[in-house]
Design a protein around this ligand. Structure first.
Ligand code: SF4
Ligand code: SF4
Length: 447
């Protein structure tokens, strides 16, 4: 079986992003192959722990992927202060030709476009992919899954960090579908009080989003679980009302353009101009957006909001709402690079420590060791859409008995008989199928 077939059958999606199916991404010819271990989001530790523990698997998968894609150079990109991980990678990569790309601790160092530019000197165009400039980027966790797939093991677990306002921050490997409440329990519970005192972010503090509740399940792309006390500064930025933002923009946006000057995608010459989005919003005149194609290159990193704007405005949310509106009108991004990368780009990177301090998050910047997950869960709820593409169709019915690793849902078929873009879903525990809905499959654990 080819590498791509093994990856497809294992149901692998990009573990560090939006869940792009890995068998589609890796089925390419490229010059550069990049394993992304930059761990973009401060407070998260999962990529670091994965590289410390699984460096040989990362290298094994990179070597196989380089052979398949014909890549001339293959890199593992990570932060230089991840000393243990760097040592493990150096040892595993010795004699393989795999190179290490070491970075400072800045945000957003793991941004795919920024990483591709740092390594290749090439800019991924708006509306394009790294492959347009000869590169394929895969998260280190995805590559560990690829190495497992080469031995016939599907994706049934997710490694993620539980940090923020918990007693003992930890990194855990848990079955897909585990309720996040069980993860907070494994981290010793909330630092004080009870669940009602906290809001929980899924992912990192900057690009993460609020969870619906303690029952929300872990998916193939969940990067972290971060409870924060209600009223914490950063949570206010997660619930932006665009109507109110328009009034605030009218009142206080002075068009200083700091948001654009510090935007990492603008620095790549991609025409991302959040100050113009604020101008258009406050004047209620779409034409003030100027050349709007750059909006599609906004990666939602939030730096314009969390760091650049001194008036507490949320240009990132405004960019997001314009992007959504354009897509709603059927506007597609044009594949183009608006200008040249800023030669001073390196100096514009924001040290993660400064960002954490600005956001009153420095106290949560704690170690999160990898520990066994010992909390007993009575059920998991596995979402049918954990990937870009069509939701999967269940293959199982209530009452059926399943073993961990069994295929329980597949992407739907097209008229041609081929399957739509998506990723196979496997049972993450042994048990009995409970509820099967259009959104998830429940598995009740064996007693
Ligand atoms: S949103 Fe903030 S940083 Fe951007 S132009 Fe307005 S005041 Fe300046
Ligand atoms: S969120 Fe702001 S800083 Fe980040 S890419 Fe978008 S406009 Fe630029």
């Amino acid at each position: 079986m080819s590498l791509i077939d093994q990856v497809r059958e294992a149901g692998i999606v990009g573990a560090g992003g939006a869940g792009f199916p890995a068998h589609v991404k890796l089925d390419a010819k490229c010059e550069y192959l990049i394993a992304n271990g930059a761990e973009c989001e401060p407070l998260l530790r999962s990529d670091r722990r994965i590289m410390e523990k699984n460096a040989p698997e990362i290298v094994e998968a990179l070597v196989a992927a380089a052979e398949y894609t014909g890549a001339k150079r293959a890199f593992v990109a990570t932060k230089s202060h991840y000393e243990k991980a760097v040592e493990a990678l150096k040892k595993a990569a010795a004699g393989t030709g795999i190179e290490l790309h070491l970075m400072k601790s800045t945000y957003p160092s793991g941004d795919e476009q920024t990483l591709v530019y740092d390594i290749t000197g090439r800019v991924v165009p708006t509306g394009g992919l790294p492959l347009d400039v000869g590169a394929v980027v895969s998260n280190v966790a995805t590559l560990v899954n690829v190495a497992a797939a080469m031995k016939g093991k599907p994706v049934t677990e997710k490694t993620l960090t539980v940090s923020g306002a918990v007693k003992n921050p930890v990194t855990l490997e848990v079955p897909i579908g585990t309720p996040i409440g069980a993860l907070i329990e494994a981290a010793g519970g909330f630092e004080s009080g009870d669940a009602g005192d906290y809001e929980i972010l899924l992912g990192g503090p900057l690009m993460g989003f609020p969870a619906a509740g303690l029952d929300e399940p872990v998916t193939k792309t969940t990067g972290g679980v971060l409870p924060l006390p209600k009223g914490h500064k950063i949570l206010g930025y997660k619930h932006v009302d665009i109507g109110r933002q328009s009034k605030l923009a009218k009142a206080v946006c002075c068009q200083c353009s700091m948001c654009t000057q510090l935007c990492p995608r603008a620095a790549l010459g991609l025409g991302v101009e959040p100050h113009k989005a604020m101008r258009a919003l406050s004047a209620e005149q779409g034409k003030l957006l100027g050349k709007f194609n750059g909006i599609f290159s906004c990666c939602d990193c939030g730096l314009c909001t969390y760091f650049a704007c001194n008036f507490g405005l949320s240009p990132s949310a405004v960019m997001g709402s314009f992007k959504k509106a354009l897509m709603g009108q059927g506007v597609k991004p044009k594949k183009e690079t608006a200008g040249r990368a800023d030669p001073a780009l390196g100096g514009k990177k924001v040290p993660s420590a400064r960002l954490l301090s600005r956001l009153s998050l420095a106290k949560y910047d704690r170690d999160a060791p990898l520990v066994p997950f010992t909390v007993k869960v009575s059920r998991v709820r596995i979402p049918l859409k954990m990937h870009i593409g069509a939701p999967c169709k269940p293959l199982v019915e209530r009452g059926a008995s399943v073993q961990k690793g069994a295929v329980i849902a597949l992407p739907p078929k097209l008229d041609t008989g081929a399957r739509q873009l998506g990723a196979v879903i496997h049972a993450s525990i042994n048990g009995t199928i409970g509820e099967v809905s259009s959104e998830y499959i429940e598995i009740r654990a064996e007693a």
